[in-house]
Design a protein around this ligand. Structure first.
Ligand code: N01
Length: 892
């Protein structure tokens, strides 16, 4: 049966008295509201949609300013739920105009006969939850009030225009327009002196067209935006061919992608590419005229790493200079105060070239702020501009404005949403709020929404909500409410995600910074629509995790908890490892496991450049051992860190922790010498420990030959390498040197008991398992030797050891023995700093440029090493981590 033929009971059938009784009330008849109505009807819910506007279209109904267009390719910005609908509508352009998009919504509304359940020109004035009837009571400004079981806000993210915030607007005698509320019959600007305030997407789309009409246009710019030429026209052949080859597969790929448009994950990082290769990629993206392309396809570190991102900014500055003839204007138009993509970039047609027109003037408000709007125009610190028209393209109270500010929403126990959100929006999944049963938001704060193709996010949210409502009804439940635990967990997850990208480094509407006095936090979910979809599905598969469900004739159900406890990138890494379905390492045999590790390491990002990487041989306990030396680019001599790799005394070599060694070298500004100590089963206990000690002594004695600073060295190691580093400190103390200035122990093995809670809680599922640890121990060390402090340093004498930095990870069997070692050191008076990395697993902190949330942990490690060496803690050259906005995400 075609979708169009499906019709549920009409809501009017249940209209009683002055209050309209429905199962579901939806606010908004835009992209989300229309699909909601269709799905709810199909699921058998009586539904009314309340819409302030006179027709369907949402944001596209209001934003009719000159040049208003889509900036996601319209082929992707379409409903996908009905393949027949998808085939029946063809967009005329790559980026459709506002009138065409509005026609599309009209077409959809007609096709599914939606308008009969939409009350237009109707605003909700208040919404109150009634605990007794378990219903929402809505008052409206037009017609009957509404009583509904479920209340769904489909109000859009960018629908409440921001007030002008400039003194004197009311005094202005000319015409005033807002791009977000443009008159439906158009505005004649011909021959007029016009000002546009604001250079975000709306300003950038409208300025070229306004300039063509106006006698003179003055643009008042506070923050320059990055804009990319749209190259509008027919849909590009490559995308069209890809789409037409298998539409269903294309749509499905979009649903599991990062941004809701099917592009592959870019793997090459910026420093692996030559200047020429980067330029070639950039030129291709510039020519493609596609925001998702340029935001995701240049290099893997573009959105996460300050340096990788800065390369793009410079290339765009070049483009602006090439177009804009006046160098001062070009400089003012070139953004320097935020990373590319951290503030919403724009898509333009002739934007920069417009500033070459003789009738256009740019006023840089950073140099001459607006003092006031007067009866005749705008006065800045330096000039007075006479005007006939002022256009405010000043944006929106985004994400929360339409939900919170438009009408009071009162939940359980009389709590108002605006008081609950006073310090920033709190949601579970961006869809629900604790204390507000049966209230849902589509693309609310905490959902991918504006950082994705809205079409894909909206369909996912709507499907999830309607499927849940139907399932609840079938099970006899009448209320559904997020728990405080689940909501707090989502807030933590959002905060963790915010450390992944550079969005936190710009003052934008993404963070609420554009509205004076608004609480600031990154509001959209920035870790991708695919991962988000996976999380929503997981909530369901884990028994509606984090929701309390009640009903009159069924027992209450509440499976409380947090859906994501891992760091977001750790979750992805573990998910990918699980998908690879790898055999257990301990089933491969020692050589098989070594070969596997070598192959596996080939797939990781190359380590970042350091001044120099060399190799050589040093004297171990029983013969020469290979080493690899990482030297900083700065002039020496530098202190030396002797490093021991991980691998359970069985796997790895002096190169296997290469990215980590480079990272520590870059961050600490010290030489790192990674030692290729002997492995079991060929060389069992105490070979590795004795090699560690001998290598440290040799390196200390040869510090000057290695270009290092003579004197005490430092030791560091991860996992079994952490064990060797700790043991080396004890042996050096007992055997008369060398002098060790400090020890960095990352997830170290410190003891041979396996009954601490971390061994039990994290026995499986986090790559390093209890069974793998047993295997390592069996290969390296006989049970009779396991209490020897040379393998269980926790059992040794801990007095008079060098200062230590001990890092442990939450989801690691070795967590508790690392913590025990740190506490035991502290108990005997050793200076010790602990870092308990929340949401990380055993390998997290080693996975440089893969687990980005480990950056702050590694920065702290480097700082500790520097302080052990008597240097200032901070090395200024790594700017990203020293930014005041970069908070310590990894430490618990
Ligand atoms: O709003 P904005 P927008 N004095 O907030 C400036 C979507 N959209 O309507 O950055 C002086 O981006 C403000 O300056 P600053 C899209 O997601 C999509 O343009 O705060 N200036 C900024 O320059 C977009 O991101 C399309 O320093 C003031 C501008 O006004 C989002 O909507 C089209 C000021 C506001 O830019 C919002 O875009 C249009 C003041 N008091 C919009 N207050 C498509 O193509 C603000 N500004 C689909």
């Amino acid at each position: 049966m075609p979708d169009a033929a499906v019709a549920a009971r009409s809501s009017e059938a249940t209209n009683s008295g002055t209050t309209q009784q429905v199962d579901v009330a939806v606010v908004g008849a835009g992209f989300a509201g229309l699909y909601l109505l269709h799905r709810l009807r199909k699921a058998g819910f009586t539904t009314v949609v309340l819409e302030e506007a006179g027709d369907v279209g949402g944001t596209w109904y209001w934003n009719r300013y000159p040049g208003a267009r889509c900036d996601i390719q319209t082929m992707d910005y379409s409903y996908t739920f009905d393949p027949e609908l998808d085939r029946e509508w063809t967009w005329s352009e790559k980026y459709a105009t506002q009138p065409e998009i509005l026609r599309y919504f009209g077409f959809v509304a007609d096709r599914y006969d939606l308008r009969r359940d939409i009350r237009f020109n109707t605003r909700v004035k208040a919404a109150n939850w009634d605990d007794t009837s378990e219903r929402w009571q809505l008052t409206t400004d037009n017609g009957a009030d509404v009583s509904c079981r479920y209340y769904i806000m489909a109000t859009g993210c960018l629908s409440t225009p921001k007030p002008p915030e400039i003194d004197g607007v009311k005094d202005f005698k000319g015409e005033v327009y807002f791009t977000g509320r443009w008159p439906h019959d158009g505005v004649n600007l011909a021959g007029k002196r016009v000002a546009v305030i604001g250079t975000g997407s709306s300003g950038i789309q409208s300025i070229p067209l306004i300039a063509e009409q106006a006698a003179h246009l003055t643009v008042f710019q506070r923050t320059a935006s990055f804009a990319l030429p749209a190259h509008n026209g027919p849909s590009p052949d490559d995308r069209k061919t890809y789409f037409e080859a298998d539409r269903a597969a294309y749509r499905e790929q979009a649903r599991w992608s990062l941004a809701g448009v099917p592009y592959p994950q870019e793997m090459a990082v910026s420093w692996q590419l030559s200047d020429a290769e980067r330029r070639e990629r950039f030129e291709k993206a510039w020519a493609a005229g596609d925001l998702v392309h340029i935001l995701t396809q240049l290099w893997a570190d573009q959105a996460a790493d300050f340096d990788g991102n800065a390369l793009i900014g410079k290339l765009i500055h070049e483009k602006i200079r090439a177009v804009v003839k006046d160098p001062e204007t070009a400089a003012a138009l070139s953004p320097h105060d935020h990373p590319f993509g951290s503030k919403r970039p724009c898509l333009d047609t002739n934007y920069y070239a417009t500033y070459n027109r003789p009738n256009v003037t740019l006023v840089n408000l950073r140099q001459e702020p607006i003092k006031a709007i007067t009866a005749s125009g705008i006065v800045t610190d330096k000039r007075s501009v006479d005007l006939d028209v002022i256009v405010f393209a000043t944006g929106f109270d985004a994400m929360t404005g339409a939900i919170m500010a438009v009408h009071p929403i009162t939940g359980r126990a009389g709590k108002s949403l605006s008081s609950v959100w006073a310090q920033g929006p709190q949601t579970y999944l961006g869809l629900t709020v604790a204390g507000f049963p049966n209230l849902f938001m589509i693309t609310g704060p905490g959902s991918p929404s504006v950082l994705s193709n809205m079409a894909v996010s909206i369909e996912q949210h709507v499907d999830w909500v309607v499927d849940r409502l139907a399932a609840l009804r079938d099970a006899g439940f009448t209320t559904m409410e997020a728990t405080e635990t689940a909501q707090a967990g989502w807030a933590q997850h959002m905060a963790d995600c915010s450390m992944l990208t550079l969005h936190r480094m710009a003052n934008t509407w993404y963070t609420g910074a554009n509205v004076p006095g608004k609480a600031q936090t990154l509001m959209p979910y920035n870790s991708g629509v695919g991962p988000y979809r996976g999380i929503c599905n997981e909530v369901v598969s884990r028994g509606m995790l984090g929701f309390r469900l009640t009903g009159p004739n069924v027992a209450e159900q509440c499976n409380d908890g947090e859906v994501v406890r891992l760091q977001p990138d750790v979750r992805l890494v573990l998910g990918m490892l699980a998908e690879m379905n790898l055999p257990a390492i301990e089933s491969m045999g020692a050589q098989g496991a070594r070969d596997f590790l070598t192959e596996f390491n080939k797939g990781r990002p190359a380590g970042r450049p350091v001044g120099e990487v060399g190799s050589g041989a040093l004297q171990g306990a029983d013969g020469p051992l290979p080493y690899r030396l990482y030297r900083p680019a700065t002039p020496g001599p530098h202190p030396i860190v002797v490093y021991f790799h991980g691998g359970g005394w069985v796997l790895g070599d002096e190169q296997s922790d290469d990215p980590f060694c480079r990272d520590i070298c870059r961050r600490s500004g010290m030489i790192v010498v990674s030692v290729g100590y002997r492995h079991a089963p060929e060389h069992r206990f105490p070979a590795a420990a004795e090699d560690g000690y001998a290598a440290t002594r040799w390196i200390a004695e040869h510090a000057a030959d290695l270009g290092g600073r003579p004197g005490p060295v430092l030791v560091a190691g991860w996992s079994a390498g952490g064990n060797i580093a700790a043991v080396t400190c004890q042996l050096a103390r007992d055997r008369g040197g060398p002098q060790i200035a400090g020890q960095l122990l990352v997830c170290p093995v410190t003891d041979s008991t396996f009954d601490r809670p971390s061994y039990v809680d994290n026995a499986t599922g986090y790559f390093v398992t209890r069974s793998l640890m047993f295997w390592f121990w069996d290969i390296y060390c006989s049970p009779a030797d396991r209490t020897d402090p040379r393998v269980s340093p926790l059992r040794g004498n801990l007095a008079n050891l060098p200062p230590a930095f001990v890092a442990t990870c939450e989801f690691d069997p070795l967590r508790d023995e690392g913590i025990a070692y740190a506490e035991a050191l502290a108990a005997v008076g050793a200076p010790v700093e602990q870092l308990q990395a929340r949401g990380h697993f055993h390998s997290s902190l080693m996975m440089v440029d893969v687990v980005i949330t480990g950056v702050s942990a590694r920065a702290r490690m480097a700082e500790a090493l520097r302080s052990f060496a008597g240097l200032p803690r901070k090395l200024e050259q790594i700017d990203q981590d020293t930014s005041p906005i970069a908070v310590n995400a990894a430490a618990g």
